[in-house]
Design a protein around this ligand. Structure first.
Ligand SMILES: [Ca+2]
Length: 503
């Protein structure tokens, strides 16, 4: 490396292939909204208004085919923090392995960013809860040094981004869309709450007043979150940082409702993604190519001028001339609280293939967290008993899952018509299975290695939770069963295990 190049790097300047400095290395802000699908106005969701994210998309790039590698917080967050699928790094079970350091050579991306001279910041005072969640399934602390042996800090500090910290990498969690006791209040405080008449429920939901209310309340939190994004963008501008900062917005996993978070159907893994990067991304770009959340990790390293380690198969998608988009995205679902589960999926732009290794565990399995946090479950369970659900609505309540699922995402975006046994789709099925085989031949899947031997370690059973609420709080029980959106945090505290309380 010649002296000029060394100097340029030392000064924090990016270098093009020709050796000339092109621009100062950008600051990077990664906004991560909790538990939401592509339920934004700029994706065409009726009834919701998201002017700030609409503007970000208009001035930047809207990705229409972004997928998670797991439909639950911690496994997908672990994958993103390392840039490698959670099944490869032994982070595939939700809230597991918190005492085990990452095995070499894997390291958090922030370790590379810090080596490259970036200040790594966590959270921001302007957002609900300060936005400091980390939730990775390997030994870590939120802040502090990192060597992977004695020190496990992911970020330098919990702090808002400032000019003094440049170049910085700032990760900010947007918590409001996660189910929590604030949902009813957010709706009550909204100046212009989402209209119950303007929303459109997916066809696998029964259309009842309770489910409509819950859906509208969810969209109210989406609007609240959009307002937080607007405040963060204003803060960026007021600090004079907007010209050299890339802002990436995604959700950490899909929508917190039936067939969403926890499921490999699109409402669980197909997420919103918007990249705002003046000078790097042309305004109004729409990217229909397939990307995975781990591709953002590689993109962040690339933007920072940091090395992308060989073990990372994810590819940068911004700041490169010809992005190598994916032919398919592979996702996996493993243990979530007390529920053992193992399923794998492959998504292409046209098809979805799911292999259910535990078909005996139904989609509507008894899970305490879902019992307490899914009003639609109670309403639809009752309607199912009364024989009042349509075929589409009944899909979720099948006694077993099929061993394989195949959906035509263009013709059937709600994934209601399983084509796995349709002879006309035999070739498609073969091709989708071959993608899974290809992924497995190139990657480890520790979740298939421990299949049949693993045991869930956290969470109480749904029966225990139900019995406790019924016996001790009969008046609340009636409201829960009726499908009312309730404040449930105290119940989780009272009836849950320690680890349940951390939810
Ligand atoms: Ca989440």
């Amino acid at each position: 490396m010649n002296f000029l190049r060394t100097l340029i790097i030392a000064l924090g300047l990016a270098v093009t292939a020709g050796g000339e400095p092109d621009q100062v290395r950008p600051n990077i802000i990664w906004l991560m909204a909790e538990d939401m699908g592509r339920d934004l106005e700029c994706y065409g969701m009726p009834g919701v208004q998201t002017p700030n994210l609409n503007r970000m998309a208009k001035e930047g790039a809207l990705f229409t085919n972004a997928y998670c590698s797991n439909p639950i917080c911690s496994p997908n967050r672990s994958a993103m923090m390392v840039g490698v699928d959670q099944t490869v790094i032994n982070a595939h079970h939700h809230r597991s392995n918190r005492d085990l350091p990452l095995v070499a050579p894997y390291k958090p991306i922030t370790s590379y960013l810090r080596d490259a001279g970036y200040t790594c910041l966590l959270g921001h005072d302007l957002v609900m809860g300060k936005g400091t969640k980390t939730d990775c399934n390997f030994k870590h602390t939120a802040t502090g040094a990192y060597d992977g042996v004695k020190n496990f800090g992911l970020f330098d500090k919990r702090a808002d981004f400032t000019a003094a910290d440049q170049p910085f990498f700032s990760q900010i969690q947007l918590q409001v869309t996660h189910r929590g006791d604030w949902w009813n209040q957010v709706r009550k405080d909204a100046k212009d709450p989402v209209s119950l008449d303007e929303i459109k429920l997916p066809p696998f939901f029964a259309d009842t007043p309770e489910i409509r209310y819950d859906w509208a309340a969810y969209l109210d939190t989406v609007e609240y979150m959009d307002d937080e994004v607007g405040q963060l963008m204003d803060d960026l501008k007021s600090k004079g940082l907007e010209k050299n900062t890339v802002v990436i917005f995604i959700a950490d996993n899909g929508r917190c409702n039936l067939r969403g978070k926890g499921y490999l159907h699109d409402s669980g893994i197909h997420i919103p993604m918007i990249v705002w990067a003046p000078g790097l991304v042309k305004a109004g770009t729409v990217v229909e190519e397939l990307v995975c959340t781990t591709d953002i990790s590689a993109t962040v390293l690339k933007l920072a001028g940091s090395e992308i380690p060989d073990y990372m198969s994810s590819k940068p998608i911004i700041g490169v001339e010809k992005p190598e988009y994916r032919r398919f995205v592979r996702s996996a679902r493993d243990i979530w609280d007390e529920i053992d589960e193992c399923s794998r999926s492959v998504s292409t732009k046209k098809f979805k293939y799911i292999k259910n290794y535990m078909p005996e565990v139904p989609w509507a399995t008894n899970q305490a967290y879902l019992e307490i946090n899914r009003p639609a479950l109670w309403v639809m369970r009752r309607l199912n008993e009364e024989g009042k659900l349509s075929d589409a609505e009944m899909t979720f309540f099948q006694e077993r899952k099929p061993e394989e699922e195949l959906y035509d995402l263009e013709k059937d975006p709600d994934e209601l018509n399983n084509l796995a046994k349709d002879p006309e789709y035999a070739e498609v099925l073969k091709e989708m299975r071959s993608h899974e085989a290809e992924w497995l031949s190139n990657n480890k899947d520790l979740g298939l290695d421990d299949l049949g031997r693993r045991r869930p370690e956290i969470g109480l059973s749904a029966e225990v939770a139900r019995d406790a609420v019924r016996k001790e709080q009969p008046e609340l029980w009636d409201r829960l069963v009726s499908g009312e959106l309730l404040e449930t945090h105290a119940w989780m505290n009272k009836y849950g295990s320690r680890k349940m309380r951390e939810k």
